[in-house]
Design a protein around this ligand. Structure first.
Ligand code: NAD
Ligand code: IPM
Ligand code: MN
Length: 372
């Protein structure tokens, strides 16, 4: 059967070629993406697949030149890629709602990236600001709803600039939106197979419509997962528990805004925002997912060459996992952990003196990729 034979051979020899759209963005995004690509290239060499990087200069500098953060057909251009690798967006000279609503947020919404997955892990070699925490004591993942809720971009101004000016900002919670992100979180708790525990976080004592719908949906979905223990917390109490007993959390599911806030707490209790990876996922895989760390463009250290690239590099590992390069993903994570544990090449946010590029080089070194 020649046809079958041909199919077989094709399967055997085909090497995945991942097409990656790269948007470095602003501030430290430019530097940390450089290190992310360095590690991705080394990983590709070692694990035998190829990656094709296409750079887009979309950023606030682009906005200064063109009056927009990305071209009108920017989203369409990105559609054909396997994944988007992004640094950070935000510039002190332009209001954030302009830059973020011109680039990052429309991509999340247009590509229906309804899950934002953000792990917080206390790695060996890293000191938590919380007393008495040992490596791995903190090992949680926040699943943040990423396309609606408080970020729905519904509202407006009236009587703009007048004393009687009114601003309306509406949260939008849909049953389908709640159900799909909560289901994702339950599946993740099952797949992680750690504490098999899921915490849902709302503020339904004060937000009596949208978040009540969320709570009801959580209870309904929970019935399908009897193997997963659950709890529902109010967000104020949850902030407290993230600090006083973060080890109790396994998977956490939260609305867009609460997930945003909780993940900065998750980052700092595990050492630094410079370690906090993040993935904006379209689990249906209709569209490319986008991989950008939790942190922003950090204008206070931009251009100094001292940003920690580990968050971006761990984000690259999440991208590799999403592209089914599991071995490479694990190797990148292990290399970051090795560099942290050895404690020789550590950036200033973690108490060291290493520069951004030195940390990237050390991680490439730990990966043990062939030189050519
Ligand atoms: P930020 O995350 O940029 O910085 C917060 C603090 O953490 C700063 O002191 C910064 O120096 C430090 N930090 C962050 N990342 C670091 C790293 N990799 N290494 C070492 N230190 C690091 O938050 P911010 O200052 O509130 O925001 C700055 C800009 O970034 C704003 O314009 C904001 O809107 C934007 N922002 C963008 C994203 C994104 O693009 N995904 C995320 C958050 C904030
Ligand atoms: C994040 C950021 C963004 C968010 C901002 C920059 C719009 O803080 O990715 O955590 O709130 O989603
Ligand atoms: Mn944030």
């Amino acid at each position: 059967m020649p046809l079958l034979a041909a199919t077989f051979i094709e399967k055997e020899v085909r090497v995945a070629n991942h097409k990656i759209a790269v948007i470095r963005g602003d501030g430290i995004g430019v530097d940390v993406v450089e290190e992310g690509i360095k590690v991705l290239k080394a990983g590709a060499k070692k694990y035998g697949y190829t990656m094709e990087f296409t750079e887009f200069p979309w950023s606030t500098d682009y906005y200064f030149k063109h009056g927009e953060m990305m071209p009108k057909d920017g989203v369409d251009t990105l559609r054909k890629f396997d994944a988007i690798f992004l640094g950070a967006v935000g510039h002190p000279k332009v209001q954030d709602h302009v830059t973020l609503n011109g680039l990052l947020l429309p991509i999340r919404r247009s590509f229906d990236q309804y899950v934002c997955e953000r792990p917080s892990v206390l790695y060996p070699g890293v000191k938590s600001p919380l007393a008495g925490k040992k490596p791995w004591d903190i090992d949680l993942v926040v699943v943040r709803e990423n396309t609606e809720g408080e970020y729905a971009n519904v509202g407006g101004f009236q009587y703009r600039g007048q004393p009687e000016e009114v601003a309306v900002q509406t949260s939008v919670f849909t049953r389908r939106g709640c159900e799909r992100v909560i289901t994702y979180a339950f599946e993740l708790a099952r797949k992680r197979n750690k504490k098999k525990h899921l915490t849902s976080i709302t503020k339904s004592n004060a937000q009596g419509y949208g978040m009540v719908l969320w709570d009801r949906t959580f209870q309904a979905v929970a019935e399908k997962y009897p193997d997963i223990q659950t709890q529902s917390l109010l967000v104020d109490r949850a902030c407290m528990d993230f600090i006083r007993r973060p080890e109790q959390f396994d998977v956490v599911v939260a609305s867009n805004l609460f997930g945003d806030i909780l993940t900065d707490i998750g980052a700092v209790i595990t050492g630094s925002l410079g370690l906090a990876s993040s993935a904006n996922l379209d689990p249906s895989r209709r569209f490319p997912s986008m991989f950008e760390p939790t942190h922003g463009s950090a204008p206070d250290i931009a251009g100094k060459g001292i940003a920690n690239p580990m968050a971006q590099i761990l984000t690259a590992a999440l991208m590799l996992r999403n592209l089914s390069e599991e071995k490479a993903a694990q190797a990148v994570e292990a290399s970051v952990q090795k560099v942290l544990y050895e404690g020789k090449v550590i950036s200033p946010d973690l108490g060291g003196t290493a520069r951004t590029s030195e940390v990237g080089d050390a991680i490439v070194g730990a990966l043990g990729a062939p030189a050519r």
